[in-house]
Write a protein that binds this ligand. Structure first.
Ligand code: ADP
Ligand code: NA
Length: 326
């Protein structure tokens, strides 16, 4: 067992991605032959769990089931169908602990049917949440949790109850509110870390066409968030802390790394996972303690820049030795 031991619990979704590429989308009543078909394991929760695990261990450490300083625990639900066991095995092979993924009887594992129109590159996605929407609304966090990481592809009641439970137990909370579902004001009060992309930032702040991202971070900090991070794709990352805001210091911007972009799928999830690993290792909730937000953002930006250079979702997320060192 390594000297330090941190536990990241990811409370979120597990979806099977069924991806068909086609020259064009068939019209009603029409049958077309597709160009290709692939399946993959996804869902924001599972992707972020894999990201946490991969950026904190090597592939051989994962393969040998070696424990490292960061234990990653997936918390969620699958069905009792043909996908369930393979999904859990795939997570385990990625270094993710799955004993808290419930197999719900008479339920189906979440499925995303994704049609990719190859001429335009446009995606059309139909999501069947299945078991994800039947995660029970109860306290799901174990006491040894260092960091609890949430998205919103499970029922909002599950997220709200467990964010509250985490706070009462001094577990650090990271929220990536995707999809952008409006939350009650008190969900933000005392929230340690909020990570949003451009769209989520705009919807959840209520500022439609922001002229300054500083206005947006201010909205969230005034609601009680400690650290606000806005990822802007190729534009970079914009972030602010409550402590800096209180001293009227401006928010910071970190440019995205200049790389050859092949497929941006799972870039956001890689960013969130890598950031969560830095938070867990600091094991503190504020910037004035040992948590170095600038270093955490820089590391997450580096890890995510690797993901965009590879095709695929979970398979594109770098292992620790694949994250560029600077
Ligand atoms: P989401 O996929 O959730 O919308 P973003 O598009 O904001 O998230 O991307 C998340 C992070 O991935 C960015 O902050 C950046 O670190 C990295 N990233 C995304 N697109 C690019 C790009 N074109 N070049 C380099 N890095 C990128
Ligand atoms: Na990718």
């Amino acid at each position: 067992m390594p000297l330090s031991h941190f536990v990241i619990s990811v409370i979120g979704s597990l979806n099977v991605d069924l991806v068909t590429r086609t020259a064009r989308i068939p019209t009603a009543g029409e049958t077309l032959t597709a160009e290709s078909f692939d399946t993959g394991f996804g869902g924001k929760g599972a992707n972020q769990a894999v990201a946490c695990a991969r950026v904190s261990r090597t592939q051989s450490q994962a393969r040998n089931g070696e424990s490292t300083d960061v234990e990653v625990r997936m918390v969620g639900a699958v069905g009792d169908d043909q996908f369930a066991d393979d999904f859990l095995k795939s997570l385990q092979a990625g270094g993710v602990e799955t004993s808290k993924v419930q197999k719900l009887p008479n339920q189906k594992t979440g499925v995303a049917v994704i049609l990719v129109e190859s001429q335009t590159g446009e995606n059309r996605i139909l999501l069947s949440p299945g078991a994800n929407y039947n995660v029970p609304v109860v306290d799901l966090l174990q006491r040894d949790t260092t960091v609890a990481l949430f998205q919103l592809e499970v029922p909002i009641e599950v997220a709200l109850l467990n964010m509250k439970a985490a706070r009462e137990r001094d577990i650090v909370v990271i929220l990536n509110p995707a999809p952008a579902i409006p939350l009650p004001e008190d969900a933000y009060k005392g929230l340690d870390h909020l990570i949003v992309n451009e769209t989520e930032a705009s919807i959840l702040s209520g500022i439609e066409n922001p002229t300054s991202w500083n206005d947006v971070t201010s909205v969230f900090i005034n609601r009680g968030v400690q650290n606000v991070i806005i990822t802007l794709g190729a534009e970079g990352v914009y972030y602010q802390t409550a402590a800096r805001h209180a001293k009227s210091e401006p928010a910071k911007v970190l440019p995205a790394r200049k790389v050859k972009v092949v497929d941006t799928t799972a870039a956001g999830d890689t960013f969130v996972g890598a950031y969560a690993v830095s938070v867990a290792r600091s094991n503190s909730r504020t910037v004035d303690a040992s948590f170095d937000i600038d270093a955490a953002i820089e590391y997450a930006n580096r890890a995510a820049s690797e993901t965009v250079q590879k095709v695929g979702a979970q398979s594109a997320i770098p292992w620790v030795d694949e994250v560029p060192s600077s």
